[in-house]
Structures are given as C-alpha cells and as structure tokens.
Ligand binder design. Sequence first.
Ligand code: MLT
Length: 407
Amino acid sequence: MIRMNSHYKKLKASYLFSDIAKRVSAFQEAHPEMPVIRLGIGDVTRALPEACIQALHKAVEEMASEATFRGYGPEQGYAFLREAIARNDFQSRGCAIEADEVFVSDGAKCDTGNFQELFSTDIAIALPDPVYPAYLDTNVMAGRTGVFSDGRYSGLIYLDGTKDNGFVPPVPDQPVDLIYLCYPNNPTGATATRAQLQEWVDFARAQKALILFDAAYEAFITDPAIPHSIYEIPGAREVAVEFRSFSKTAGFTGTRCAFTVVPKDCKVYDEDGAAHSLHALWNRRHCTKFNGVAYPIQKAAEAVYSPEGKAQVQAIIQGYLENASVIRNAMAALGFDCVGGDNSPYIWVDGRSDSWEFFDRLLKNAGVVCTPGAGFGRCGEGYIRISAFNSRENVDKAMARIQKALA
Ligand code: MLT
C-alpha cells in the first residue's frame, strides 16, 4: 500500500495564492461586467527588458546550429552568469563573494523551499510572522512542526512583526538553529537597518546557527543607508545564505531564473558536533536534483548586467515604485496606516478589520484583488497587502475604484 507523507495532513488545504486565484476566478465568472484589477500576487506585468530579449534571441539561434548548440550545462550555472552576478551584485558593494559561491536556479521560491532539506528534522526554527508562506509550508512538509492550532504550528519559534516594532522583529531570547529573514520584506515592505542585521549576524554566530536571507526585493531599495545584501554585514559570510531572483528585478516571473549564494565559510554540524561545509552539501544536493537553467535563459539573465540592461531594469523598477507611491498615498488619504512601498513593491495596509472580509469587500465592491494579511500568519490579521506590480493606468483605476467603494 502506498502511504502518504502524513505531515502533508497538517497543511492548510491550499496554498495562499492558489486559494486567492480560485476566489478571483469565481468572482470574475459571476461578474464579467467588472474586469478585476490584480494587485494581489506579486507577478510582474511589464515586458522583459530589450537587452534580455536580444540576448534570448541570439542564444536561441545558437541552439539552432550544431556548432554552437548546448546540451546539459553546469548544474550550478554557466560561469558567464555566475561571474556577472558575483561582480555586479556583490563585489561592487564590497561583499567578498566569489563566482563559485553562486548557484543559479529556476527560482527563489524553489531554493528557499529546498534548502531546509539539508538540515536535521529536530532543529529549532525561527521564522517571522507575517511570513512568505513557502518557508513555513516546506518545513511543515518536512515534519519540523506539530499541528496547526489557533493560527500557528507548534514546534516553531515565531518572530512577531507588529506595528510597535515596525514589522522588524528583534532576535529571540531563546536558542535557535535556523532563522528565516526577508528584507525588503514580503509581505510588509519593511526594511532592516545595518544595525538590525548586525544583531542577527552576531546572534547566529554565537549560536552556530544559520540565517536564510531572502533578498528577492533588494532592487527596490532607494534609501542608500539600507543594505542590499546580508554580506554587507561583517561576519555574515560565516552564517548566512542569500537568495536572489531575476523575477521581480527584471520581469522573469515567467522566464524563471534566480540564484542562491552559499559562502564557503558557512558550516553545518553533524550529530557529533563536527563541522561540514554547507557549500559542499548544497552542491551535492543541487547536482543530484537539478540539471541547470536553460542556456538561453541564463544568457537573458546575463544581459541584465550589461549597461543597457542595467538602465532598462532601473526604468522598470522606477515605474513599479511610482505605482507603489500612488497606492500608498491613496490608502493613506483614505485614513489607513501603511508600511512599505518606498523601498519595496508591497504596501502593507492596516485595514482595521478582518483581512479576508476586507479582501472580499475590495473584490466585490471595487473589483480589485489584494492579498489578505492573515494569509501570511496570525500577526497579519487585520492587514491587507497591495502589490505595485501592474501598469500605472490600472493602478490609477484601482485606486479610484477603491476610493469610490470605501467612501
Ligand atoms: C508574492 O506575491 O508573495 C510572490 O509573488 C510570491 C512569489 O514570489 O512566489
């Protein structure tokens, strides 16, 4: 008899964004007269940068001739892309990251979800609330939690993000082995200062713990005082893995390309306390389970770092940040407290009511899709997240509809 992984029974019936998609399709089917405007899932709407399109075409042509055709590439990514990433994203900011510490992949969601596989099932995990649900659900699937009750799984250390701490929870006062951090934050849009990140790095070093740092939204940082990478913090090379993505930066949500940085200084310990290389462990996993990102896609990602690519990406990000500012100003003018939107594409709005009820109100009365804060955890109850990923025209239209519906 084929038996299931019974930890799956602890999961909520469906993934947050699938659940929302179902509700939205049902509404759209019942109300074809009101085309919905999607400011829910953080999915980009603008076309790929021209530099990426040109690189993609050229690489596809190479695949059409036996002389330049490529089969399996290196599992970790082609050297041309790993070197461009190390140089532009890290060395240019003074971070000592080498190309062979970069692992190219098909998504930060997959990488953040897969990374936990390297660790024992009985480690102590700290994760923020509200939180990007993939970090949580993958640990539930792996059996690192007890049951779900009163909005939380037993067996985890939740780091409460609240209005009082500006949605940047402090280090816990108990031992922890693995820590999930995401800045600029999804879902709240909050950012962490250098001093706050230094506290986490110091804490992790003292505990021989590891930080999984999700920096998928770093390109939206406008404040020069805010670090873009955890490796800008002294000591981080020993205790932090960083996840990055081309999805939100260069419009690759459908194209799929991301990367994870695993410094060679990071250690992981066995049951006897002996240290092992985390880089070697991740490399072993990656080679066993992954055959690399398609060559044309890696060429398109490399083009992000060309002078034209950089300028085009900057223009796209600027457009989304302008949307974010329109959304934040409109919601604030309606009297709602907002966080984010200045160094992030997400605006976290205190709806002062049940999250799902507010979500339904915006969908039914304004035809606008947001994401209910409660879907990100107990501390998200009462909030909604509005995404700036759409055209300016749709954002203006959505804000006008919300103003009318809530007036
Ligand atoms: C989100 O809306 O939180 C993100 O788009 C989800 C993701 O990147 O997987």
